[in-house]
Design a protein around this ligand. Sequence first.
Ligand code: PLP
Length: 396
Amino acid sequence: MTHASASIRAAVQDLQGSRIRDVANAGLGRSDVLAFWFGESDEVTPDVVRQSAIDSMTQGETFYAHNLGLPALREAIAAYMQGLHGGQIDAGRIAVTSGGVNALMLAFQTLVNAGDEVLAVTPVWPNLTAQPAIMGARVRTLSLVPGPQGWQLDMAALREAVTPATRVLVLNAPNNPTGWTLGREEQAAILAHCRQTGTWILADEVYERLFYDGPSPGQDAAPSFLDLAQPEDRLIVVHSFSKSFLMTGWRLGWMVLPPSLTEAVGKLIEFNTSCAPVFVQRAGITALAHSAQITPRVVQHLKTCRDTLVPLLQAVPGVQVAPAPGGMYAFFRLEGHPDGVQTAKRLVTEAGLGLAPGEAFAPEAAGWLRWCFASRDLQRLHEGVRRLRVWLGHGT
Ligand code: PLP
């Protein structure tokens, strides 16, 4: 008898397992590995946020909620987004989701028919290409171009790649893993082009607050499509509490939608998760109420982490790395080490250093390595670079 798995959908069968997980498995059983491979801070969620979830549970808020989220949370998100991006974002455009990843899946479910073309700018977090593939899309990619200042978008190539046949353009900026961040003019040009081709823009802006090169890091945000678009433009923006509020494990995110889409997305939420848990949503309300304290502190610290790690890496012979304007990663290449998976596995077993291989994010990032610099203790970053140096034969 053949295995039942032989008859599951090809799109699911073809999904690639996590390359980061492959590398992490090489270090199983070792307690001395300094792990920088996952995309999260090692700092726990602020007390005030945790306490509000505890209070909610104590009060017995253990029931289903509205598909689109608690009205108070949708209002709070709208006010927060208006504060960052201006006045056209009301609660009627907000859908609360179970993390950014669920928001992305809902967006693809809303937009993508089997066989539709989805174009993703890469390297990118693998979910952004796997999720449309699960929906049966034909996923094409357009690669950023690496250079001494980091990875850049070739606008002419983008204009050529996005045609009337392109149903969705997927952009993640600030980008995981490269740190590439879209500029305002690029966004305006992309929006104008997509209006002409009738293409949806799916903008993953979960790292927008983790932006270090703006006028006041921590207070502001990276350029957003929301600053430019009209409410009924074909634009969905995905957000998360994970990164800027230290809430990865809570699974809370949101979408900013054209007003005419909100009802349909509410129906889809019913069939996916029904709603985000109420006590988690209460924590979200509290996080937003304290955002002026929480996020600037988080961002200032991440900036210090970036400004600690990148110069240390730049001083290692054979390392090519540029400071990322946004995100929480240093993405770098090691001369003479073209296979990132192999290098990352060796670094785990031989040096006790846990990094993610570029191959997890795109074939064109083969040989690159991603280092999540969100470390509470800066000494861990120093020690990590020391281990890399020793492994390369450049120190003790
Ligand atoms: N988008 C990008 C680019 C990410 O890197 C991540 C998480 O690493 C997410 C979305 C989703 O985050 P979450 O599901 O924790 O909100």
